[in-house]
Write a protein that binds this ligand. Structure first.
Ligand code: FE2
Length: 447
């Protein structure tokens, strides 16, 4: 028996495997590139290490590509075969992986919660629970888990910076901006490479409309992101949002081409279909399009990625964005195939995600398609009744806001000022300061 760097028991006799697993967890919570390398090192040291096997499976499931789930299942099978002496915590991870492969996200989160009830310092379980809940929009649940563990954490526990970043993000998505900024800044002061901490504070600034602060904050940290995985593109997406708020559309596009969707960037080349990258790209192009800014032929490459995602229902926000991209590129045949697959999934599947597709993804997709086709009555028809369900698409307030803006844009184009006022009031209730500045800005600078 070994222990990880927070003292939690690991069923392995190999000290090297235990060390590699601690490094893998640190890498995962920090969005670094080398997570799988550390997991593989742990397996090399002890091929029967249950948690290493499960972690490998969780990394596969984490990329949200169901055609790769058999790889995760193979790791699960190997872990189960080796799990005779596994402890309760490790069995909890096994159960979580099994649930995720079957699309049972809420079951998986419940397994993480049970792990955390007994082991509140399990950094990996905290991160994985936050990840899953974030992607289905369960922000209250997400914060509760971190706060429940907080009394057992302090600066002398390894990984405290990562924990503070999770605490910051939980607060931010629940509108507790002062706490979120305090924890997020603390996370980054302890570790300037902490991308999740930088991200939480950027979200606070986004919600509060503090574009100048946001640009300065991210600009001051960008040199610390060299080891980050594709999440670094999401940080640049946040940077772009601040320029978007200022009407600096040319700068948004420069950042898009250089730091978000640069086909020559090694991270993009290695993983061109990354779901987060796809979401960032669709969001920015749709915003620019909606504001009337010329984005050239950039939809084409993104629509290619969207076509590859037809039939993939593992990530609700990405599913909704597929509709936006295909409609924008005028790919009607692909859109039909996409909608057929999505409706079939929504009506026949039994997983947690299917319910979310029914109540949120489908109306969002149909709203985005109607908007692109200039059928603004249909946008209102789809999105007004669904707008209070859109949180189920997952992601952050900032990410989901695209659909509110699409709805408000259609209401504006129809001259329905009372609807626009209602939506602005609701955006303010959600936590957005100065929501009117986010609508098609008549005085925006087109450079
Ligand atoms: Fe974000």
């Amino acid at each position: 028996m070994q222990r990880d760097d927070r003292g939690l028991e690991l069923t392995t006799s190999s000290a090297s495997a235990a060390e590699a697993l601690s490094r893998a967890a640190a890498s995962l919570v920090s969005h670094r590139l080398d997570t799988m390398a550390h997991v593989n090192a742990a397996l090399e040291a002890d091929p029967g290490c249950v948690l290493a096997r499960v972690m490998k499976g969780l990394l596969v499931v984490g990329v949200r590509l169901p055609h790769r789930y058999p790889e995760a299942q193979a790791e699960l099978d190997a872990a189960e075969a080796a799990s005779g002496g596994a402890n309760e915590r490790e069995k909890g991870y096994l159960a979580a992986l099994s649930a995720l492969i079957r699309g049972r996200t809420l079951d998986a989160v419940s397994h993480y919660e049970m792990i955390l009830a007994a082991n509140p310092r399990d950094l990996l379980a905290h991160r994985l629970a936050q990840f899953e809940l974030f992607w289905i929009g369960e922000s209250v649940w997400m914060r509760n888990i971190v706060e429940r563990g907080a009394p057992t954490w302090s600066a002398d526990v390894p990984g405290f910076s990562a924990f503070q970043a999770m605490r910051a993000f939980g607060c931010e998505e629940n509108g507790l901006y002062a706490d979120a900024e305090r924890y997020g800044r603390d996370a980054v002061e302890r570790d300037p490479t902490n991308g999740w901490g930088a991200h939480a504070v950027a979200h606070v600034m986004e919600m509060q409309g503090r574009h100048e602060d946001g640009i300065a904050w991210l600009d001051g940290l960008k040199d610390h992101w060299a080891e980050l995985n594709n999440f670094v593109h999401h940080l640049w997406w946040h940077r772009s949002l601040f320029h978007l708020l200022r009407g600096e559309f040319g700068t948004v596009l420069e950042i898009y081409d250089r730091d978000i969707r640069n086909p020559e960037a090694p991270l993009i080349k290695a993983n061109p279909g990354h779901y987060g990258d796809f979401q960032n790209a669709v969001d920015l192009l749709k915003h620019l399009d909606m504001y009337g800014y010329d984005i050239g032929d950039r939809w084409e490459a993104v629509a290619d990625l969207a076509e590859d995602r037809i039939g993939n229902h593992a990530a609700p926000l990405s599913s909704a964005h597929v509709a936006t991209a295909l409609a924008a590129a005028g790919r009607d045949a692909a859109l039909e195939a996409y909608l057929t697959a999505l409706r079939g999934y929504a009506s026949m599947d039994e997983t947690n995600n299917a319910a979310r597709v029914r109540s949120a993804v489908l109306p969002a997709a149909e709203g985005a398609i109607a908007h692109q086709r200039g059928d603004h009555e249909a946008v209102l028809g789809n999105l007004l009744p669904a707008r209070h369900s859109l949180w189920q698409i997952g992601g952050s307030h900032a990410q989901r806001n695209l659909f509110t803006q699409i709805l408000a844009d259609s209401a504006q184009r129809l001259g329905r000022e009372h609807v626009v006022d209602m939506l602005l009031e609701e955006m303010a209730q959600t936590g957005f300061a100065h929501p009117a500045e986010r609508l098609r800005p008549p005085g925006a600078r087109m450079h």
